[in-house]
Design a protein around this ligand. Structure first.
Ligand code: RNT
Ligand code: ZN
Length: 424
């Protein structure tokens, strides 16, 4: 009975959209091909699995909150990811950091990691038909405590991190080859200073040289895609960030790499959405880190808001969905972590769907005629179009619980599994 009334509401909304020249079936078909990269670090508060490691803010990254149930090892993290992925319609990727290897009780420092430490993840991904992305971890480590890594003035510290990133890229390329889908390797480093430096040049010269060394190893683009993530400021790098947006934009363009735009890494009034059509004029592809800044780069759980929809609309209206990689990047330890994944991922998919359902032809037509009233009116009408019924259909067809019923699943998992995890 529920599904009959469900279908009726979908049929009605399909007709509604058809009046604006929008084909809901096409939108659903396109949405099903959008893969998000789900970040493992929401599941364990960006801690990682290196032995005997305290939670440190080196590099300015630290999740706040103390909700019980954090994943303490790879088995728990994978179990949690499976739960979350089961509540997210579509086929998605999993995004790892180097600190999530299986290191056992042995101390394997970051300059000694190799693909053997990630075999468990690759096997797991293969069994479940998932694809992987990867990140070097240049924070949460004593050699990052000074606030400098690849741009450190000490050659030995630079050597350590160069080796780490080289190894991370090699691991990523192996993942891409084994799972037959290029892994995106994203590089974010915390380098910068709390107070105003005299020399803004030296660290940037050293970063460029370190990157040149790192990227000297070439991999097939069918195995690996490199991205570089800038930041405006961070905890401990309030006044100067070596890898600024301009730095990486120029470097990436010169070297054929992608830039990564994190929604929390720009001035609060700056539109990341507006950058997409600008950057994609001269860059083939782009990585997005979907996050929700709250006054600053706070990494709150992504929700369906105007910023998110604006970014998705740019990728859709520019026919650039195949050129933009959508990765989630936030970490909130104050609430159920599986819920945090699902809320964020569903929000992005909804924003993509809303964008795919926009009355594009009508909007283009009024804009081309210079009908400014018509354009504004259509924008407003579009906001109230019945996309929710199409979303319900998407969930139903993907075999995923729709509406708010998925909340019950998360609560049952919390009661049955998460609550048993002691000793955080
Ligand atoms: C930090 C960057 C970076 C990290 C993750 C863990 O400001 O956003 O992307 O959040 O790599
Ligand atoms: Zn990020």
């Amino acid at each position: 009975m529920a599904s009959a009334s469900h279908d009726r509401s979908y049929d009605a909304c399909r007709d509604h959209y058809a009046r604006y020249g929008v084909d809901t079936e096409k939108a659903l078909e396109r949405l099903a091909r959008c893969s998000l990269s789900l970040h493992v670090w929401q599941g364990d508060d960006v801690t990682g699995f290196e032995p005997a490691k305290a939670r440190r803010a080196d590099g300015g990254i630290l999740a706040t909150g103390s909700h019980p149930g954090r994943a303490r090892n790879a088995e728990e993290l994978r179990e949690d990811l499976e739960k979350a992925l089961g509540l997210i319609p579509g086929r998605h990727r999993v995004n790892l950091h180097a600190m999530y290897g299986a290191f056992g009780d042995v101390r394997v420092d970051r300059d000694a990691i190799d693909v053997s430490h990630f075999k468990g993840w690759i096997d797991w991904a293969r069994e479940r038909g998932l694809k992987l992305d990867f990140n070097a971890t240049c924070f949460n480590h004593p050699l990052a405590a000074s606030g400098f890594t690849l741009s450190h003035r000490d050659k030995e510290v630079r050597r350590f991190w160069i080796e780490h990133v080289k190894r991370s890229r090699r691991i990523a390329a192996t993942m891409g080859r084994e799972l037959q889908s290029p892994a995106v390797h994203n590089l974010w480093i915390p380098d910068g200073s709390k107070d105003a430096p005299f020399d803004r040049w030296g660290p940037r010269v050293r970063l460029r040289e370190s990157l040149d060394e790192i990227f000297a190893a070439e991999y097939s683009p069918t195995h690996l895609k490199d991205a570089l993530e800038s930041k405006l400021f961070g905890i401990g790098s309030e006044s100067y960030v070596v890898g600024s947006h301009e730095f990486y934009l120029g470097y990436a363009q010169a070297k054929g790499k992608m830039v990564c735009l994190d929604l929390g890494h720009f001035h609060p009034t700056e539109s990341v959405a507006d950058k997409i059509s600008a950057i994609l004029q001269s860059h083939p592809e782009l990585l997005l880190h979907l996050s929700r800044p709250m006054r600053w780069d706070s990494d709150h759980v992504v929700v369906l808001n105007e910023d998110l929809t604006a970014v998705c609309r740019e990728a859709v209206s520019g026919r650039a969905l195949d050129r933009v990689h959508f990765a989630l990047d936030y970490f909130d330890a104050s609430l159920n972590r599986i819920g945090a994944w699902v809320i964020g991922a569903r929000a992005v998919l909804k924003a993509l769907l809303i964008s795919l359902l926009e009355p594009e032809a009508a909007l283009r037509e009024v804009e081309e005629r210079g009908d400014l009233f018509g354009r504004l009116a259509l924008f407003e009408e579009a906001k109230a179009m019945p996309w929710a019924s199409v979303w319900e259909a998407f969930c139903a067809r993907s075999g995923v619980v729709s509406g708010a019923d998925w909340m019950d699943d998360v609560r049952a998992y919390e009661a049955g599994i998460l609550s048993r995890r002691q000793g955080m």
